[in-house]
Write a protein that binds this ligand. Structure first.
Ligand code: PRP
Ligand code: ADE
Length: 171
């Protein structure tokens, strides 16, 4: 299936010069949605995760159905102040300023095998911060899986070189 044809391109959103790769048009297409989750499941199954870790908010849209399909649990990585129990936190740099991601401390035990899932990797800052959170927890990252990869931004170079990284659609 041509997943790229289901992703809508919105020029100059959220600011001039950015082409926004809109996955809502893929999610609303029942065959596209099924194909994308099945393709992710086929890749991630080989990595034998015990949990899927997904990043707020678009990472949840792919991560939860993927975890369901694989028969494993889902762990949310969230923006600051959203998670109610004790958290590991990692600050990361944005184009302007910085942001933070949180994950519950009791979500994972040291040695748990996880796969990190998000809709899209751009600069890789979000995925790297998530990898840092998982290192903090002592978890083992068995792979990264993205629906979309913006290759020219070099995000995968920020991630550990010994961990597999798969994306379904590349720009
Ligand atoms: C988007 C996207 C990724 C991240 C990728 O999330 O869903 O999580 O940006 O960019 P990066 O590789 O440069 O870090 P965003 O922060 O826009 O939040 P959202 O999922 O709530 O829309
Ligand atoms: N997140 C970061 N860059 C993006 C882009 N160009 N399209 C959609 N989501 C993004």
């Amino acid at each position: 299936m041509d997943l790229k044809s289901l992703i809508r391109n919105i020029p100059d959103f959220p600011k001039p010069g950015i082409v926004f790769r809109d996955i809502t048009t893929l999610l609303r297409d029942r065959e596209g949605l099924r194909f994308a989750i099945d393709a992710m499941a086929q890749t991630c199954q080989a990595w034998e995760p015990e949990f899927i870790v997904g990043m707020e908010s678009r990472g949840f849209m792919f991560g939860v159905p993927l975890a369901y399909q694989l028969g494993v649990g889902f762990i949310p990585v969230r923006k600051p102040g959203k998670l109610p129990a004790d958290c590991h936190s990692v600050e990361y740099e944005l184009e302007y300023g910085s942001d933070r991601l949180d994950m519950h401390k009791d979500a994972l035990d040291p040695g748990h095998r996880v796969v990190v899932v998000d809709d899209l990797i751009a600069t890789g800052g979000t995925a790297k911060a998530t990898a840092d959170l998982l290192e903090r927890a002592g978890a083992h990252v068995a792979g990264f899986c993205f629906a979309v990869e913006l290759r020219e931004l070099g995000g995968r170079e920020k991630l550990p070189s010994n961990v597999p990284i798969v994306s379904l659609v590349q720009y």
